[in-house]
Design a binder for this molecule. Sequence first.
Ligand code: NAP
Length: 554
Amino acid sequence: MSEMPAGSREAAAVTQVDAVIVGAGFSGMYLLHKLRGAGLNTVVLEAGDGVGGTWYWNRYPGARVDVESFDYSYSFSEELQQEWEWTERYPAQPELLRYLDHVADRFDLRRDIRLGTRVTAAHYDEAAARWTVRCERGEEYRATWCVMATGCLSSAQLPAIDGIGSFSGDSYHTANWPVEGVDFTGKRVAVIGTGSSGIQSIPVIAEQAARLTVFQRTASFAVPAHNRALEPGEVEEIKNRYPELRDHTRRSMAGVSRVRIGRSSVLEATADERQEVFARAWAAGTLFGLVTSYRDVMTDRVANDRVADFVRGKIREMVDDPDTAELLCPRGFPFAAKRVCLDSGYYATFNRGNVHLIDVSENPIDRLSEHGVVVNGTEHEADVIVFATGFDAMTGSLAAIDIRGRNGRSLRDKWSAGPITCLGLQSAGFPNLFFVAGPGSPSVLSNMVLSIEQHVEWIAGCIGYARERDVISVEATGQAEQDWVRHVNEVSAALLYSEANSWYLGANVPGKPRVFMPYAGGVGAYRKRCDSVAAAGYEGFVLTGGPARSHQVR
Ligand code: NAP
């Protein structure tokens, strides 16, 4: 049953701790701070050679956040939010990584983070009520509590294209970018993929490359970022208003402060009114502006089409060549049913003489050759290929670890038809194992940092509650998770998400079950539900007492 080789087990060092956290991104670092503060001997195991998670790995040119910096930042420390100076609305990856490095130093986190330590297995020993977590190099950690802070978008996906190994030039995946960077000067570059990573990197690569060929299978909807430097007075105002802003975001739909959901229907508005509202949302430069401009954008396909038409009109205004503009116009799925992208010069890039768009929607890429990308029998030569081809989202990084709960049951098997969780926090049969921003929680539909903080605080609260009562195991009940999964499905069924082949549904990974994974009910409603579960003594979870109290604790 076990994938842990017995021979090497004796030889490996075993470390006993109270809690093991897997991943040192936004989630793992805050969790370490919280659990350490609660007196738990805690260790964080991180595959990368630095902290930062998503912002450690995604160093591709043009990488920047798509939620405004003053929202996309920790709120747990008043000192931190007052002392840190964001320079832009949407900071680039180096600034975000500097922020996370600063957090690691400021809260003295590094001494409990093991870098370059990839976790391969986590097995629950029911008799001891402890997890054994095993790493690639053979180290073992034993802990009462195990938290997967492994990220929603951290398992990079290469496409299943024939001949992928035969290309003789350099190739890179955007989510596994070399620390030293890549110099494209004078090179012929091919980019495969036009989701957020492609849309961010293409304008920057185009400025350097001799020739850039973009291979697009599905055009994305992108709205302008209108990124800019933050003015000193503006930063001061935000800092003064943090209590109010954070309070609003915690109760909101998407966890961002500058968005209010429209109360009226697109369908009741006149063409002029619609145009004005959409133009205002476009000018605001936020991910959520158009989707929240009217109340029915995500519930009514006709209403949604009005928004989609508006965006297509904007693309035609920005792209000079009419044929290229038509290819760049997304069609066949609702606006925002796939994650909307933020545009910093993407559409305008196709007006450059050195940039060419190859549509591979009807004629897919045949294969990669030694010299480039072959489509419909034509070889497009390249010196470098950039794969902006996305992730096995939400479950990929969990499936990469051999996680086994009670009776040796594997999480991969349990989730073979789609993830099943209670609140996205736990799965029945896996006591004391928590997920941060797991499937079934708002996570990727929200400001991730806000959702991460909420999960970390809930998990730390639950562990604290258990420890105060001599509880040795906390486990979601099968009934509670069934009820939650039903609710998650009901909420998404009322929305337009299932009309697109998105990574939200696992549709980008061959063979992955088609299940809408995040919770679309909003962060405010979700937080209320989590809080009421906790206030009721962790309703829907079984809390089992230790030897002195070998009974269920309630
Ligand atoms: P993605 O949205 O999944 O995009 C992957 C792209 O690769 C798609 O255009 C896809 O086409 C294409 N592709 C995959 N296999 C292909 C093949 N065999 N032939 C041709 N094209 C192929 O991945 P992503 O761009 O990395 O973004 C993933 C998510 O990460 C985003 O939605 C966002 O949530 C997050 N992200 C955020 C930011 C940010 O702004 N902060 C930046 C980057 C990423 P199809 O659509 O046809 O499958």
